[in-house]
Design a protein around this ligand. Structure first.
Ligand code: BES
Ligand code: MN
Ligand code: ZN
Length: 499
């Protein structure tokens, strides 16, 4: 989708020719602010009110050849003066449905100065335009949608640039996340990471191969991919937007390109959804692209913890004891709790590079879906300020996360008689247990974990990637770049791990 702004003298909007002109009408008859619109628009709305076509229950109305207007069609859409995410979604769905019905590709939307939350509307318009049809051999070749925002000043310019970068990043994430396991392999992730290096002068990528990961001692990471024919690797993507010596924010994504469960094999119904077990990794790719496009003045390093989890004669098995890069040993209870195994070594790797903080994003547990569903990602971490900053970025962007406790009390679930810990609890709150496991590797480095199992793709029928949690992460980085000296104190009494 193409989106641009155009200045328009609102008083003369009746003289503006358009295929489809969209007018946002403030909700409820009583809430109509005086001078909300120039006289010609008020008269038009009055006209449809008198006809009884536009009334207090109206959600939208398509007016063909509206009297006294040059525009050939006007779409009235009910709005709130302060747009929240639900309004933004509803309005953008109406606009895209009407365009589709009319088989038109151009809409012009009046963005009145009294409208609050216009940025969310812009983001939703972009979001509604996404289609994934890479693997349909027959596709309808519709013209690319073009949306013009009719404005009276430049106040939306920054919002539009931001929304465009976010959309480009999210589309990249969604295209990649929607790719099936036979095509999106760890090697393919490496290609995507190297493509970012090609595209942006501010990005440089290194792909660590199995030999290098072995050298680093990543015993947990490498065990996960052992049953797969696809060789493992770990792409590390560096974006430098601030002084090079400034510590980077490390974002680690779980990129299990297919999670069969391994020897602890999953049951068939729903197993095909496990092509989405790389949504965290796909988010890192999209995030790095968005950050580079926006030229954010921060340093960000993205890591894709990628492998394919398959059963095989050489696969790791329940009962195995692995030595992680941190030196801590892990007894395998379930080969299906594999995400934390690749993540723990990636976290240790990040810790050794003086990060400002570490955030990991992972479709880590089914328990997250049971606890929070698709409305909020599960957020856990060892720094209350960092948790708060991430939760706030989620609220601001409409991509919510909810903080869950990782109190030391929950750590008992990971006790092992043989090793330093085991990789899964039994009868324990699964999302929190997974968070507690990762906390043992983050130690005293500011760290947060986002469990995105329920938010990053639609589980069950109608599977498709949502592009979350990019809105949250990009908003966090945007806020972060405006902070002078961010402090993230660690609180191991309340969250995190006491060694
Ligand atoms: N990738 C799954 C989690 C998942 C499930 C994501 C459904 C999205 C939708 C993860 O690797 C997994 O299998 N987790 C297990 C952990 C358990 C064995 C401790 C789970 O949640 O059942
Ligand atoms: Mn699994
Ligand atoms: Zn998994």
């Amino acid at each position: 989708m193409i989106m641009q702004t155009q200045h328009l003298n609102m008083a003369a909007v009746d003289n503006h020719s358009a295929e489809l002109l969209v007018i946002l009408v403030p909700a409820g008859q009583t809430g109509f602010p005086s001078q909300a619109y120039p006289a010609c628009l008020e008269t038009l709305i009055e006209h449809y009110k008198k006809m009884g076509d536009w009334h207090s229950e109206s959600k939208y109305l398509l007016c063909i050849n509206p009297p006294e207007f040059k525009a050939s069609r006007i779409l009235l859409v009910d709005t709130n003066m302060d747009i929240v995410k639900a309004d933004a979604k509803r309005i953008s769905n109406v606009v895209s449905d009407v365009l589709e019905q009319l088989n038109k590709a151009k809409a012009e939307i009046i963005m009145p100065p009294w409208l609050q939350g216009g940025e969310l509307l812009i983001q939703a318009l972009f979001h509604a335009s996404y289609k994934f049809s890479d693997y349909k051999t027959k596709t309808s070749r519709r013209e690319e949608i073009s949306v013009t925002l009719l404005v009276s000043d430049d106040s939306l310019d920054e919002s539009l640039d931001y929304a465009r970068a976010l959309h480009n990043g999210m589309s990249r994430t969604r295209d990649l996340a929607n790719m099936p396991g036979n095509l999106c392999t760890p090697g393919y992730f490496a290609e995507c990471a190297l493509a970012l290096d090609e595209q942006f002068a501010t990005i440089s990528t290194d792909v660590l191969d199995e030999a290098q990961l072995t050298e680093l001692g990543m015993g947990a990471y490498l065990a996960v991919g052992r049953g797969s024919v696809h060789p493992g690797c770990m792409p590390v993507i560096r974006y430098v937007g601030a002084e090079p010596e400034e510590p980077a924010i490390w974002v680690i994504g779980k990129g299990i390109t297919f999670d069969s469960g391994g020897i602890t094999l999953k049951k068939p119904p729903g197993m095909q959804s496990m092509i989405y077990d790389m949504c965290g990794g796909a988010s890192v790719i999209g995030l790095m692209a968005a950050v580079a496009e926006l030229k954010l003045p921060v340093n960000v390093t993205g890591v894709i913890a990628t492998a394919e989890n398959m059963p095989d004669g050489d696969a790791f098995r329940p009962g195995d004891i692995l030595t992680t890069m941190s030196g801590q040993t892990v007894e395998i209870i379930s080969t299906d709790a594999e995400g934390r195994l690749v993540l723990c070594d990636a976290i240790t790797y990040a810790k050794q590079h003086q990060p400002a903080l570490i955030i990991d994003v992972a479709t880590l547990t089914g328990a997250q879906i049971v606890s929070l569903g698709s409305h909020a990602s599960g957020l856990m971490g060892n720094s209350p300020q960092l948790n708060q900053a991430l939760q706030q970025a989620g609220d601001e962007s409409g991509d919510r996360a909810w903080t869950m406790p990782v109190w030391p009390d929950y750590q008992d679930a990971l006790d092992s008689p043989f090793a330093d810990m085991r990789n899964a609890g039994s009868q324990s709150p699964g999302m929190i247990t997974a968070g507690c496991y990762l906390a043992r590797f983050a130690g005293n480095t500011p760290w947060a974990h986002l469990d995105i199992a329920g938010t990053s793709f639609q589980y069950g029928t109608g599977n498709s990637a949502t592009g979350r949690p990019l809105p949250l992460l990009l908003q966090f980085l945007r806020n972060y770049s405006n902070l002078s000296a961010p402090q993230w104190s660690i609180n191991t009494d309340d969250c995190g791990f006491l060694p």
